[in-house]
Design a binder for this molecule. Structure first.
Ligand SMILES: [Zn+2]
Length: 261
């Protein structure tokens, strides 16, 4: 158990999800293509098995967004580009060499490469969550960053998705817990400016923990009503009150903390 906890913390530390600027996929390359219900998968040397895995996972995540979070688009179609090597991927996408995948909101594209580490269970669901949720809320700036990241992490099949409660408790003991009022106001620029990595880890652990709690306790219908309120310009506090009945963020926070501490 102790080891598992250590791994969970390490995962948070290594997987900071700050976005980087990327380019759309290279359309000069002649791609082979397969179509699924919601995706066009573009590749050259990817194996049948990899294509099959990506196809199955991508469609599964798409339906999970609707099934578990109530986020749905009637006619959503995106593309997944699988480069033959990490070098090709980094060169054409503009993403850093160390990354395993990236996404481009405007073009609904996800880019990766053959055998990219963590792609199927972490990068693909996370980026897909951002792409589809981003379109659902229309104006991403109307939704607090912690909700946006919470939705993306909710989709993952990773230790940090499962072990958030331990991580939140760990940082609370270290005095790095971020109160809900602060959590809901943190912007990407602010998060980027944190020099303390542990504060960033705490932010992500709290974001996923809060989302899991809201969905489990209140269900997806109330969650989509919360998102609709945010989308229409409501403050997080007022949207919480409307959708879940909490008096304010403090009231929500008290209930959330009591659920796992
Ligand atoms: Zn993210």
């Amino acid at each position: 158990m102790r080891m598992r906890r250590k791994i969970a913390i390490l995962c948070f530390i290594l997987c900071v999800l700050l976005p980087f600027v990327t380019n759309a996929a290279n359309h000069d390359i002649v791609w082979k293509k397969i179509e699924t219900q919601h995706f066009t998968i573009c590749y050259n040397q990817a194996s049948k098995q990899l294509l099959q895995d990506i196809k199955r996972k991508a469609e599964g995540y798409y339906w999970e967004l609707e099934d578990k979070l109530g986020i749905m688009h009637q006619q959503w179609n995106g593309s997944i580009y699988i480069y033959d090597s990490r070098d090709d991927y980094a060169e054409h996408s503009g993403a850093p060499q160390w990354s395993s995948g990236c996404s481009e909101f405007e073009t609904r594209e996800i880019q990766t490469f053959i055998d990219a580490p963590n792609f199927l269970l972490e990068i693909l669901p996370h980026e897909l969550g951002h792409l589809i949720f981003g379109e659902y809320v229309e104006n991403r700036d109307s939704v607090p960053l912690c909700v946006n990241e919470g939705v993306a992490m909710f989709m993952e099949e990773t230790p940090r998705r499962r072990d958030w409660a331990y991580v939140v408790n760990y940082y609370t003991q270290k005095g790095k817990y971020m109160p809900a009022k602060k959590l809901f106001s943190v912007t990407l620029a602010e998060l980027n400016s944190f020099s303390d990595h542990e504060l960033i880890d705490a932010f992500y652990a709290e974001a996923i923990g809060m989302l899991v709690f809201l969905i489990k306790r209140h269900g997806k219908a109330n969650f989509t009503s919360f998102v609709r309120q945010l989308r229409s310009g409501d403050s997080p506090e007022s949207a919480m009150r409307f959708a879940f009945g909490y008096f304010n963020l403090k009231d929500f926070e008290k209930n959330w903390l009591a659920s796992f501490q």
